[in-house]
Design a protein around this ligand. Structure first.
Ligand code: TRP
Length: 455
């Protein structure tokens, strides 16, 4: 490879697969359905879709523009584009955020491995909801078992990261993404045809707007952030691997559509079944791990479906975890000049350390509280409620107000090669709508929303 030329994803499909692999994860399949269940179904879905378009897509395009223009990692790209400013601190914050997200994300990903094991060992049959709840509680409050799965998950992620962008990320996502899609469509078809499943579809697609409060609106926006992997340099890092021949805005539309489609399909696979079996849709974060084994246990062919489902969940978590780790590894390799192998090992060790803290906060360290939260909740809350919204806000301000319009137009159109039909709309969004919208989230999360009379 000639000096100065960056490794690129080899084809358009690979770009979309890798970015969609990052976006589609536990956020879509574990978090989205339970939020939807808690916040009343269809109305939440509609608001979520509005945020994907008005905030998610502009921020994703901004991250791609910064990464591909800067041709560097999340910190290096800002240094190149604004050498005099302190904007690179956004990248540093992203690296930190990445560790913290992985600290709890890897724990939940480890749970998916336990549930693949339980599914294969046929442990869901003949158990009622109470028993399955107990099984889950016993498992996640145990000391060693979740830690072992956390360790296994991190080793798999580390191996893929070590192989590098082309061999690791590309090959794995190109193979894993279509597989994921096929399995979830099959699951959805099965769920919809269950007796009484139509009630679940009604819940999903017949909006009841009386359920919308400002709290619901703000949760939907937070979920859009998390699900699309935005606000901490993940898409900046992947953007730097996108070739100049690629049409950035098309990639944004494709990735956002795919991410949203998978989230909706996951909900279609879950809610008809939940309603068919008379389970409370507002169950919460346990929904996947407690309710679904129950669903599978009572459904024909449940043994095979349960194995497929938890493999699917684990695969989705894996491709997202890889993207989170790549933010840090790319930074260490390019800015601190550490070898990729060494960087991967250190990153894995630090995440394991944070993961142990998060995992034990369900069991033996339940009483250890910082800001009144256990480590798991702390990592989750600090990242999604503070760091990611601030990152997204800064990223949109940077593209909207610091980069010149000509720079952005040249990057999006690859110097006039592609049409820039929606360019003006994008600039308007990223200058005004997106930053103001995000500010709204941050204020609410600081509790100022109530003070200002917003919630
Ligand atoms: N989007 C992923 C999911 O839905 C998680 C994820 C990967 C992420 N990279 C990220 C979240 C960057 C925030 C920022 O599960």
């Amino acid at each position: 490879m000639p000096k100065g030329q960056r490794i690129n994803f080899s084809s358009k499909l690979a770009v979309v697969a890798a970015a969609a692999g990052s976006a589609v994860g536990l956020g879509n399949i574990w978090r989205f359905p339970y939020e939807l269940g808690q916040y009343g179904g269809a109305a939440f879905l509609i608001i979520y879709l509005v945020f994907v378009v008005l905030i998610g897509m502009p921020v994703m395009l901004s991250e791609f523009v910064i990464g591909r223009m800067g041709q560097s990692d999340a910190v290096g790209s800002f240094k190149k584009l604004a050498p005099k400013g302190k904007w690179w601190l956004i990248g540093v914050m992203g690296v930190l955020t990445s560790f913290l997200i992985m600290g709890f994300y890897a724990v939940v990903a480890g749970w998916t491995l336990e549930y693949i094991y339980q599914a294969v060992a046929n442990q869901f049959v003949n158990k009622d909801t109470a028993t399955l709840t107990q099984v889950f509680v016993d498992f996640c409050t145990d000391t060693w078992r979740p830690l072992i799965w956390l360790f296994v998950f991190m080793i798999i992620s580390a191996i893929i990261i070590m192989l590098g962008v082309k061999d690791g990320i590309e090959k794995s996502t190109k193979f894993l993404m279509p597989l994921l899609f096929i399995i979830i469509v099959a699951l959805g078809i099965r769920a919809v045809t269950l007796p009484g499943g139509v009630a679940g579809l009604k819940f999903l697609f017949q909006p009841d707007f009386s359920k919308i409060t400002s709290g619901v609106i703000l949760s939907a926006m937070g979920q859009a952030f998390f699900s699309l992997s935005l606000g901490m340099g993940c898409m900046i890092t992947y953007g730097s691997y996108i070739s100049k021949k690629n049409h950035l805005s098309h990639t944004v539309v494709e990735v956002s559509l795919m991410d949203t489609l998978i989230a909706v399909l996951a909900a279609v696979a879950i809610f008809p079944a939940v309603f068919s079996l008379g389970i409370n849709p507002g169950y919460g974060p346990e929904l996947v791990f407690i309710t679904l084994p129950n669903v599978f246990a009572q459904m024909p062919g449940g043994y095979v479906w349960s194995i497929l489902f938890f493999i699917l969940l684990c695969v989705a978590a894996l491709t997202s975890a890889i993207s989170l780790m790549e933010v840090v590894v790319a930074y260490l390799v390019e800015e601190i000049k550490i070898k990729r192998l060494t960087a991967t090992i250190w990153v894995t060790i630090i995440i394991l350390f944070l993961g142990v803290l998060a995992s034990l906060s369900f069991g033996v360290w339940k009483e250890v509280k910082i800001f009144n939260m256990g480590f798991f909740d702390l990592f989750d809350n600090v990242t999604s409620k503070v760091l990611m919204p601030i990152g997204g806000l800064m990223i949109s301000v940077f593209t909207g107000w610091v980069l010149s319009r000509k720079q952005i137009r040249d990057e999006i159109s690859t110097h006039g090669r592609f049409p820039t039909k929606y360019y003006n709309a994008y600039i308007f969004l990223v200058r005004y709508i997106t930053p103001i919208g995000i500010l709204f989230v941050i204020l609410n999360q600081l509790g100022l929303g109530r003070w200002l009379g917003l919630s």
